[in-house]
Design a protein around this ligand. Structure first.
Ligand code: NAD
Length: 357
């Protein structure tokens, strides 16, 4: 499988044009394009422009509609509950998090539940929005509208989504700490990237439909193994990741009756519900200088640990994504031929020649 390098500006322009042509507003298109391309720049190709074909399938099947918009159900500080109404995920979740951030800035804390948005992408993006507003944030997100794809600890069958978890801590006058991961050992989108590239995944990440370990990513995509039972991704950290995934499902969607992983999917969409807590750190330690020096001295202590491999320095959460952004802004974003072909086909449905970008 070969790659081509794409300029981030070109991918952003293409994504904007596709989303506008499909019927969304310029603002919604700009927010979505910014989010998807930033995911690629950050090294998370699983949540970048490669998601566009899925979104456009969902659109042509009439499941994702430009006319669907989120609506605030409850705004009673510190609580903000937003019905996502399966609206385009990235602008919906960004707006909800910005709204919650305003509440946390004035009241010290906000508790956000966004229910039933379409796929909202890279969850660390929302921790970054909160950090830019000077806030600590915690986010947990379920993944419904798809069959379960992650096995509980010790199970041969899937019962969870990849239910991501993200935490952001702002550092005054410095880059924030952003911890952001799927509760499966590997994000499903990363298995899709491996499938498109035609490469195996590392051992210990996937089981097949009989519960046997495999490195073939086809086992977690029904279309790639027609007629065979679907396999599963394994949870990270064994029983610990599995337990966290269960809690995420209940907190984000289960409590409020939003779409859950155990409802039989009937449509070509991915539904995310998000539970978030945003906290103003100044309510804990009002002196920004002290907050900065306390966090930075601890980060320096951690980063100074002797690395196993001298070529691979010890990192803090968020360091890798920042370094990859600098690198890819210079060299370009690699997209494999299969992913690019899917994007070209999705764009062509709206009369756009993606090769022009
Ligand atoms: P991952 O395994 O790459 O882990 C990323 C986290 O680990 C980041 O915080 C990163 O800074 C940190 N990290 C990476 N390497 C490190 C190192 N060497 N030292 C210290 N820290 C390091 O992430 P993932 O589980 O593959 O998730 C990828 C993305 O998928 C995330 O952005 C997640 O939000 C997203 N996701 C979204 C959905 C959805 O439905 N919307 C579902 C699942 C995952």
């Amino acid at each position: 499988m070969t790659y081509r390098l794409h300029r981030h500006e070109a991918l952003r322009a293409l994504t904007r044009e596709m989303i506008v042509k499909a019927g969304w507003t310029e603002d919604e298109a700009a927010e979505t394009a910014h989010h998807l391309v930033l995911a690629n720049l950050s090294g998370h190709d699983s949540h970048g422009v490669g998601m566009l074909p899925l979104y456009f399938n969902s659109l042509t099947d009439g499941n994702l509609k430009p006319s669907s918009k989120a609506k605030v159900r409850v705004e009673a500080a510190p609580f903000l509950i937003v019905d996502g109404n399966v609206a385009l995920g990235q602008p919906t979740a960004s707006d909800a998090v910005r709204h919650a951030a305003t509440m946390a800035q004035s009241g010290g804390v906000a508790i956000l539940n966004l229910l039933d948005a379409h796929h909202i992408g890279r969850i660390g993006h929302y921790a970054e929005i909160a950090a830019e507003a000077g806030l600590i944030s915690f986010f947990w997100v379920n993944v419904a509208g798809r069959p379960p794809i992650v096995a509980p600890f010790g199970a041969k069958q899937a019962r969870f989504g990849t239910n991501p978890h993200a935490i952001g801590i702002p550092v005054p006058d410095n880059e924030p700490i952003i911890l952001d991961f799927a509760t499966s050992r590997m994000a499903h989108g990363k298995a899709r990237v491996a499938l498109n590239k035609g490469v195996p995944v590392p051992p210990g990440f996937i089981i097949d439909g009989e519960g046997r370990p495999t490195t073939d990513p086809a086992h977690v995509f029904q279309h790639a193994i027609p007629g065979q039972p679907l396999g599963a991704l394994l949870p990270f950290g064994d029983h610990k990741g599995a337990g966290l995934s269960l809690i995420v499902e209940l907190l984000s969607a289960g409590l409020m009756g939003a779409a859950r992983i155990d409802e039989k999917p009937q449509k070509t969409w991915v539904i995310n519900s998000l539970f978030g807590v945003l906290i103003d750190p100044a309510r804990l330690e009002p002196d920004a200088g002290l907050r900065k020096s306390r966090i930075e001295s601890y980060l320096a202590f951690v980063r100074a640990a002797k690395p196993q491999d001298p070529a691979d320095p010890v990192l803090a959460p968020g360091d890798k994504e920042r370094a990859t952004r600098i690198e890819r802004a210079k060299t370009g974003i690699p997209l494999d031929d299969e992913t690019w072909a899917q994007i070209v086909a999705a764009a062509a449905r709206f009369g756009i020649d993606a090769e022009r970008f």
